[in-house]
Ligand binder design. Structure first.
Ligand code: GLY
Ligand code: MN
Ligand code: MN
Length: 453
């Protein structure tokens, strides 16, 4: 399947879809079954899904990068196509209203092609409003989309109960989705290898980012989230958003959190590299070791919240073993000391969105609470086969949090000299995606790096 304006590289959507094409019909059938149940449970006759519209900058004629409605791209691998609609009535072939203008300012979408085409009744539109001719006017429609996608008579109503059901089930990946996610890992891993090279070659953050993008086959605007490329102490800012063009005088450490996308499915990978300093290298290696142990514990029926709390205990063990904090790890967790060094959650579900939906809700949209004192955990569900979650522990030296720790009774147990030394390196995060199966987990990220050799 060749998508609009995209070069056919070794892992272009054309190739990726080819390698996963035999899995597509079963995927579509799963999506239809989920939608059939959601509609019948909540009294709807049809599901309409808008791909979305291109949004313009304020008082400007320049668009923001188009980001498709995730509920649209789970039906078919179209991610660059505004003004399209899917209209599905249970028991019937879904209709795809496919916008293909005659446009000589931009490259227009190419004619639909690929395995998915035969599964849709495709109606080509030259004008977005023509879609109304192809949408059902009888019965009750659940219309999923942003408000600005509305057409006359078809304003998105986004019924919460329907969305809750679909969001909840999106956690369980189909074999087709897993195949695409494996490819997204491979693309991301290639980028990470190139980024590490650029770091050792003393490139700037912007230069390292460029190396990642070139190797991953992405531009800055089509990565699944903004890359975090942090040299030295910048690694202490969890979502560090800049990329300096000037290289620093020393390349002490690199924390790079960057992923890739294939047919709308994301990878989200973090690696931290040390360069010369033994204490920091030991810390990276210790966090990496704990991360692999935690990833290996992903199992059906495990409450992800328990794994998050276990992470605190393990990281507390690292702080103690490396002579950073002299306290029992359980005591560190209870008194909040581990949260000073690890102030985010263990991870989150991932798939069509990097932070996939329904990480903390049940099938009816009811909140599954976070453990008290852990407000940033994005996943509170019990693991089950088909789920893919990130496992991303970290230890950081964040000046504002360290200042707060200094004012507590636990401050006396901290080796401030070592903390001061490590602060120059920012922090460590190691992040993989792990697929929960019926048995041992599949570490999608480590497998992808191993394939690269
Ligand atoms: N890249 C953001 C995260 O790891 O969740
Ligand atoms: Mn993540
Ligand atoms: Mn990440």
């Amino acid at each position: 399947m060749r998508q609009n304006n995209q070069a056919a590289t070794s892992e272009s959507p054309a190739m990726s879809f080819f390698s996963s094409r035999h899995l597509y019909p079963a995927h579509l059938s799963t999506i239809k079954t989920r939608v059939d149940t959601a509609l019948s449970r909540h009294g709807f006759d049809h599901l309409l899904v808008a791909s979305g519209i291109e949004k313009m900058r304020f008082l400007d004629d320049t668009p923001y990068p188009f980001k498709v409605n995730p509920q649209f791209k789970q039906w078919l691998p179209l991610t660059r196509h505004p003004h399209c609609w899917i209209a599905y009535t249970p028991g019937r072939k879904p209709v795809l209203a496919y916008y293909q203008p005659d446009d000589y300012w931009h490259v227009p979408p190419s004619p639909p092609e690929g395995e998915w085409v035969e599964h849709f009744d495709i109606r080509v539109l030259a004008d977005p409003v023509e879609a109304v001719l192809h949408l059902p006017t009888n019965g009750r429609s659940a219309i999923i989309g942003e408000a600005d996608a509305a057409l006359p008579g078809f304003a998105p109503n986004n019924p919460k109960a329907v969305l809750d059901y679909l969001h909840f089930h999106r956690a369980f990946k189909t074999p087709y989705e897993l195949a695409l996610m494996r490819l997204a890992q491979r693309k991301g891993a290639r980028g990470h290898v190139a980024a590490r090279h650029a770091f050792l070659g003393r490139e700037s953050e912007a230069g390292i980012n460029a190396a990642f993008l070139a190797a991953a086959g992405h531009t800055d605007s089509d990565v699944p989230y903004n890359n975090i490329v942090a040299l030295n102490q910048n690694g202490a800012t969890l979502h560090y958003q800049y990329k300096q063009f000037e290289a620093p005088s020393e390349h002490r450490s690199l924390l790079i959190d960057a992923g890739a996308e294939v047919d709308g499915y994301a990878s989200d990978i973090t690696r931290t590299w040390a360069n010369g300093d033994q204490a920091f290298a030991e810390l990276v290696s210790a966090v990496d070791n704990e991360q692999q142990q935690l990833a290996g514990k992903v199992r059906a029926d495990l409450d992800y919240r328990d794994l998050h709390l276990e992470t605190h205990l393990r990281l507390g063990g690292v702080l103690k073993a490396l002579d950073i904090v002299d306290m029992d790890p359980g005591n560190m967790l209870e008194t909040g000391v581990t949260s000073t060094f690890f102030p985010h959650g263990l991870g989150h579900p991932i798939g069509l969105q990097v932070h996939d939906v329904a990480g903390f809700s049940d099938v009816d949209g009811k909140l599954i609470p976070r453990p008290e004192g852990h407000p940033f955990l994005r996943m509170t569900r019990t693991l089950a086969p088909g789920m893919v979650v990130t496992i991303e522990p970290g230890i950081y030296f964040i000046p504002t949090l360290l200042e707060k720790l200094k004012a507590t009774a636990q401050a006396k147990s901290v080796n401030w000299k070592k903390v001061e030394h490590l602060t120059r390196f920012g922090g460590v995060r190691i992040e993989d995606e792990v697929h929960c199966t019926d048995a041992a987990p599949e570490n999608l990220t480590r497998d992808a790096f191993a394939e690269l050799g």
